[in-house]
Ligand binder design. Structure first.
Ligand code: SAM
Length: 454
C-alpha cells in the first residue's frame, strides 16, 4: 500500500495518489492521478484533467517532481473527457471512481467561466503540480459545509497542544478541513497507518496519536470516510456517524472509555449540549484521566459563546478564554524600480529571465502599437527599419546588455502591501482546560512526597 501523500509525499508524483493542480493562487483542483482511466479506455494518456487552462493528460503528470510546471497538452486525441462529461460512456462506473467524478464536477463548474481570453490561454496554459498538504486541501476541497480555514486551525491546534501522539476528539467533521490538519498534527509514525486496520483504539492510539471524528449527517460522514481512506489516513482518523450531543462520543467499534482523549475540538451549532458527554465522572467518559484536557469550541455567534462558557463553568473546566482570529494577508514582493523608472511599464513585475523581460517589453509595445492603429507587428517587421525602429532596437539591446548576468529575482526594492479589507469574521474560539483528575491515590502520594507542615 502507498503511504499517505499528506504525510510522506516523496519527491515525485505517483499514480493512484492525490495531487493538486495549481492553476493560479486561488484556483486549485485536487485530482487522483490515474495512468489508466475507464472513462478513457484505449488511450495511453490515462485520465485527463480538463481545466480552463487546457487539458492535462495524467501521463504527463505522473512521475514528475512535485512543484513542476506542466504545460497543457497541445494534441487532442479526441478522447478528452467527452464520454465522461456527457455521461454516455459504457464503462462509466460511478461507485468505483467517485473521486474521478468529483474532479469532473469541479472542472464542469469551471467551464462556464471560460472566456475568450482564457480559451486563448488554454493553448499555452500550464499548471504547477503540488503534493497535498492540509493547507492546500483546505483551499481546494469540495465544500459540503462551512469549513475551518488555516489561520484558525493552526492556532487551534497549537492551543490544543496537538502534537505527535495526541488523541483528539472532533465533532462535527463537516467537510474534513480541520480533520486533515489534525491528522497531520497528531501523527506519530503510525506503524499500520495505511493498512486500513482500524483496531487502533486504547493504548495504541495513545502512543501513536489519533483523531476520533464524529458527524451526525450520514452522507457527510460517509463521504469523509471515503476521502480519509483514499488519502491513506484511515489508521489515524476514524470517522463515526453519530450525534455527539445526543449519543456522546462512542466510535463505531471502540468503547468510549478506551479513547482516553486529551484534546477536543467542537465545531457544532450547540457545543454546550455535547459538553455533558465530556465529563470525567461517567465510567464511559472518552477523556484521559491522567492528563489535562484541552478543549476548543468554534462558534460564529456570541450568544453561542455565552451558553458554552456557562456550561464549561458548571462542568469544572478552567482557564476559559475566547479568541477571534483576524487573518490579514500581506503580499511581499520586489518592485523593479529601475525598469519602471525607464518608463517600461509592464515589465517591472519580476520577470524570470532576461529573455522574458525583453519578450514582455516587446509584447507591451506591440499591443500599444496595435491600439494606436500603428499597424501590426508583422507589418513592422516587413517594412524597412526606419530611424525610430533602429533606436528602439538599440534600446532593447542596451536593456539586454544591462540585464545580462544580473540575478533578477534579487532585484528591486522589497515592498509589502497589506490586503485592503480584513477577511470577515469567521468564528469565536473558546478555549478551556480540564485539569487532570486528582484521585485518592494521587493525594496519598502527594502527602508522602510533600508532607503538610504543621
Ligand atoms: N469543522 C468542519 C470542517 O473544518 O470541515 C466543518 C464543520 S460544519 C461547520 C458543522 C458540522 O457539524 C456539520 O457537518 C453538521 O452536520 C455537524 N453536526 C451538527 N450537529 C452535530 C451533532 N450533534 N453531532 C455531530 N455532528 C453534528
Amino acid at each position: 500500500t502507498q503511504a499517505s501523500p499528506f504525510l510522506h509525499c516523496g519527491s515525485n508524483s505517483e499514480s493512484d495518489s492525490l495531487a493538486i493542480l495549481h492553476l493560479k493562487r486561488d484556483l486549485l483542483i485536487p485530482t487522483v492521478l490515474r495512468s489508466h482511466d475507464d472513462l478513457n479506455e484505449g488511450y495511453s494518456e490515462g485520465k485527463v484533467s480538463n481545466t480552463r487552462f487546457g487539458s492535462f493528460p495524467h501521463s504527463t503528470l505522473i512521475g514528475v517532481p512535485w512543484g513542476s510546471q506542466v504545460r497543457a497538452s497541445a494534441v487532442d486525441t479526441g478522447s478528452r473527457g467527452r464520454k465522461g462529461w456527457e455521461g454516455k460512456g459504457k464503462k462509466r462506473k460511478r461507485d468505483e471512481d467517485r473521486q474521478a467524478q468529483d474532479d469532473v464536477a469541479v472542472e464542469e463548474k469551471l467551464k462556464p467561466e471560460i472566456e475568450p481570453k482564457a480559451a486563448v490561454d488554454a493553448a499555452t496554459g500550464f499548471v504547477h503540480l503540488l503534493p497535498p498538504t492540509p493547507e492546500i486541501w483546505t483551499a481546494s476541497l469540495p465544500h459540503r459545509t462551512q469549513v475551518v480555514y488555516t489561520p484558525d486551525y493552526s492556532y487551534i491546534l497549537h492551543r490544543l497542544r496537538a502534537r505527535p501522539g495526541t488523541v483528539l476528539i472532533e465533532a462535527g467533521a463537516g467537510s474534513g478541513s480541520f480533520t486533515h490538519a489534525a491528522a497531520r498534527a497528531v501523527y506519530n509514525g503510525y506503524p499500520n497507518v495505511n493498512t486500513g486496520d482500524s483496531s487502533t483504539g486504547g493504548s495504541l492510539a495513545k502512543r501513536w496519536g489519533k483523531v476520533w471524528s464524529f458527524e451526525f449527517h450520514e452522507q457527510r460522514a460517509q463521504k469523509l470516510q471515503e476521502e480519509i481512506k483514499q488519502h491513506g489516513l484511515d489508521g489515524i482518523v476514524e470517522v463515526t456517524h453519530r450525534d455527539a450531543c445526543k449519543d456522546g462520543f462512542t466510535p463505531n467499534e471502540t468503547p468510549a472509555s478506551d479513547l482516553e482523549a486529551n484534546a477536543v475540538f467542537l465545531d457544532l451549532p450547540a457545543p454546550w449540549l455535547a459538553l455533558k458527554n465530556l465529563a470525567r465522572a461517567s465510567t464511559s467518559s472518552p477523556l484521559s484521566r491522567t492528563t489535562a484536557i484541552h478543549l476548543c469550541t468554534f462558534s460564529p455567534c456570541i450568544e453561542q459563546v455565552q451558553r458554552t462558557i456557562t456550561a464549561l463553568r458548571v462542568l469544572g473546566w478552567t482557564e476559559i478564554d475566547m479568541v477571534e482570529i483576524a487573518a490579514h494577508r500581506i503580499e511581499v514582493r520586489r518592485e523593479r524600480v529601475g525598469l519602471a523608472e525607464e518608463g517600461l511599464r509592464g515589465v517591472n513585475d519580476s520577470p524570470a529571465s532576461v529573455d522574458e523581460a525583453v519578450g514582455r517589453l516587446r509584447e507591451v509595445e506591440g499591443r500599444s502599437r496595435i491600439f494606436h492603429n500603428e499597424g501590426s507587428e508583422g507589418e513592422e517587421q516587413a517594412a524597412a527599419p526606419g530611424p525610430a525602429q533602429v533606436s528602439k532596437q538599440q534600446r532593447l539591446e542596451s536593456i539586454r546588455n544591462a540585464l545580462e548576468g544580473r540575478k533578477l529575482f534579487k532585484e528591486g526594492r522589497l515592498i509589502h502591501k497589506a490586503e485592503q479589507e480584513l477577511k470577515t469574521h469567521t468564528s469565536y474560539l473558546v478555549f478551556a482546560v480540564l485539569p487532570r483528575e486528582w484521585s485518592e491515590e494521587d493525594e496519598k502520594l502527594a502527602q508522602e512526597k510533600w508532607p503538610a507542615k504543621v
